[in-house]
Unconditional design. Sequence first.
Length: 277
Amino acid sequence: MSSEANLLPLIVEPERLAEHLDDPSLLIIDVPLKGESYTEGHVPGAIFLDKGRLMRGEGEVPCREPTVEQLSALFSELGLTRDTHVVAYDDEGGGWAGRLLWTLELIGHTRYSYLNGGIHAWRAAGQPVATESTAPTPRDYEAEVLRPEVLIDRIELQERLGEKGFAIWDARSPEEYRGEKGDNRQLGHIPGAVNMEWTRAMDPERQLRIRDYAELITELEALGLTPDMEVATHCQSHHRSGFTWLVGRALGFEKIRGYAGSWKEWGNRDDTPIEKP
């Protein structure tokens, strides 16, 4: 994704966003883990988005990407246009915000940014917060999957296990990765997957902003993940891995992809290989 023609960079700091709050092309979306976070205080002008709208919500794998019809309805309601620059943030360090930006990438909308550190960083920077809701201006938006390569499904993932230059970043907890914890028929991890929990990419001393890029690159390289590789990232429902996808993009992993079915799908089948330490 090139951000050269974009209003703001991929990762935007509170001070930079504050300078553009009145820009008519800006659409700020608050997609919090806890709904009350929005009512307690949000970036002025931000629109609330229920995180559940970013998943299909039905079928055997409800965490999959929404249908084109669902996406068209969602982004019409939010008032998205081809020229809109979306800034997403949340209250938990970037999981749901990352999932939203991954969804925008999927439909070919590349004008987007992540407010680094979300509402915690915004507040800590002394920026103003609003408590009144902002209503979106609905538009007629027809969504299409224009960038299918940012998505990987179970079948392709299974076919490519062990392929040179292809890697899997498991963003779950070490306990889930090792098969010691989880609410699925099968516990463990996808064969060959490496584990860096999503929260390890956040800096708790800086309001959950993305950690130092050079340090993250070094740690990922130690796990066998390098920016030139094609990387599939997942968690239990492609919520936590929404953030690791975003981090990958920020670090220059141009071929990072999201497995939306995640362990919710992989760990509840009888025909998927499982590995444990």
